[in-house]
Design a protein around this ligand. Structure first.
Ligand code: PHE
Length: 496
């Protein structure tokens, strides 16, 4: 490298301070452009030279053409040579034997050039002497200069696959402000040694390069779902909510369904909708036998003023293990706990749930739910609607519509719709309702402590926010890491 550096400096000096194009400088033309570039960068950082890149098209010989150069003749001339040499005459198959595939190529060209004709199987020379090998001369010129004056011939040779056009890079080099023939090694740091021996006084320092991009620091990146999740968390915290511990994917049917007054024949509990565990098959019986029994009763014969569903409730069914189908299983467990010390409460969770669903561009068998519950004395459906306006208002969604719906655990239930300005239509953004007395009073909550709840998917707003149309680009093995790393933080103030 240092040889190359001083070679460049000497050359610049002997060329009156400027090399117009390294590709035309015989001493540098054969050095590969990357090597040359790093040498020039090193001299430039010492302010010894300035340089600019020159891109140039150049014709280069193919391997085939190089072979003809080596053989000293193009196929057509080789063929004529063989025919002239053969005193007895030459047949096509004899020629093939002598020259192989080159014979076939050369024969065609030689016919075309009228150097050769055919008499039956015999090849007859139409020239007395070996013709001048113009094509070979052209190839030699191209090898030397990278070009040819006769542009028509260039096209011809390209067609014959004897030459190819390549982009090559050269440089214009000029003296820099600190040009010298000797390279001084510039110091990059002051060391304690330099201070002690006073050499810092005379040392030459490398200037800072403020244009250098520097090395991009390697670091982890939050997944877009995590960014949007964080945004939701902050909204919940700002509204006085506490986060529920939701870090368990497996629930018993009891907590996922029965405590929520979902009857055991409900289609949501079918194998087609819910993933059941093979191992362990069965959950432990709940410790609170009284609650366990009250849940049974409220389903089977009714209690707390409800007539119930009136079907034989099965303990085995409620002890089946499931991948939770909604985070409402967690809400249920926390509301049950709240019954020990009932008071107005705001709780939320954002976590993963599982449903045995047909997978398509917008659905996977697992997704994340954003869920909130509010317990308050004598709160009503009006509070639910008012709160939804506030909650979604924090995301810039201020035009909500509600539609009566059905959930086994809420009555009344409302689907929440918002107007999507981009899609120009009303889209469903959530599901909500007032939890049923059959659920709350069984837990032991006082009947005037009413609880409202709502849920939405985390994926939906994330896909809207980041413009992702296929869920597989967001979750799973097809996700591009680049997409994860380069996405900005989410701001939910304008969700739709
Ligand atoms: N569990 C409901 C769902 O999965 C959401 C919801 C939660 C609805 C709480 C009402 C109350 O869609």
């Amino acid at each position: 490298m240092s040889d190359l550096l001083s070679k460049i400096l000497k050359l610049v000096d002997s060329n009156n301070g400027v090399i117009q194009n390294t590709l035309q400088a015989p001493e540098l033309a054969n050095i590969d452009s990357n090597t040359l570039h790093s040498a020039l960068s090193s001299l430039w950082s010492k302010e010894m030279v300035n340089f600019t890149k020159i891109e140039q098209d150049q014709w280069v010989l193919t391997k085939e053409a190089e072979e003809y150069l080596k053989a000293g003749a193009t196929p057509e001339v080789q063929v004529v040579d063989e025919v002239l040499k053969a005193l007895e005459g030459l047949t096509i198959s004899q020629l093939k034997e002598k020259l192989g595939p080159v014979g076939i190529v050369g024969q065609g060209k030689a016919f075309k050039n009228k150097w050769l004709s055919k008499d039956g199987d015999k090849l007859i020379a139409q020239v007395k002497d070996l013709p001048t090998d113009f094509v070979l001369q052209e190839l030699e010129t191209i090898k030397k200069t990278g070009s040819l004056d006769d542009k028509k011939e260039l096209v011809e040779l390209k067609k014959r696959k004897l030459i190819n056009l390549m982009k090559i890079v050269g440089y214009k080099i000029e003296k820099g402000p600190k040009f010298a023939l000797e390279i001084v090694n510039l110091e990059t740091d002051i060391t304690s040694d330099m201070i002690m021996n006073q050499s810092w006084k005379t040392a030459q320092f490398k200037p800072y390069n403020f244009n250098s991009e520097g090395v991009y620091p390697q670091s982890g990146a939050l997944h877009p779902l995590n960014k949007v999740r964080e945004e939701f968390r902050q909204i919940f915290f700002s509204m006085g909510f506490t986060e529920m511990p939701s870090n368990q994917y497996v629930e018993s049917g009891f907590w996922n369904f029965d405590t929520l007054f979902v009857p055991q024949q409900h289609p949501a509990r079918d194998l087609q909708d819910t993933f059941y565990l093979k191992d362990p098959v069965k959950a432990k019986e709940p410790e609170d036998k009284e609650y366990w029994n009250n849940v049974k009763q409220v389903h089977q014969e009714g209690k707390y003023g409800s007539i119930g569903y009136r079907y034989p409730w099965s303990a085995d069914e409620s002890l089946r293990m499931v991948l939770r189908t909604h985070t409402t299983a967690i809400s249920s467990a926390l509301l049950y706990k709240l019954a020990q010390d009932p008071k107005p409460t705001r709780l939320f969770s954002i976590d993963r749930v599982f449903r045995n669903e047909a997978v398509d561009a917008t659905h996977l068998a697992e997704f994340h739910q954003v869920e909130g519950v509010i317990a308050g004395y004598d709160i009503t459906l009006g509070d639910l609607i008012g709160f939804m306006d506030d909650f979604f208002g924090k995301m810039g969604v201020d035009n909500l519509r509600f539609k009566a719906a059905y959930n086994p655990y809420t009555e009344p239930s409302l689907e929440i719709f918002a107007y999507h300005k981009g899609l120009k239509k009303w889209v469903e953004i959530g599901n909500s309702g007032m939890f049923r007395p059959e659920m709350l009073e069984t837990m032991g909550l006082p009947s005037n402590l009413r609880v409202l709840g709502w849920g939405l998917s985390l994926e939906r707003p994330t896909m809207i926010k980041y413009g992702v149309s296929n869920i597989r680009e967001l979750l799973g093995h097809k996700v591009s890491l680049d997409f994860i790393e380069s996405n900005p933080a989410a701001r939910l103030d304008e969700l739709l």
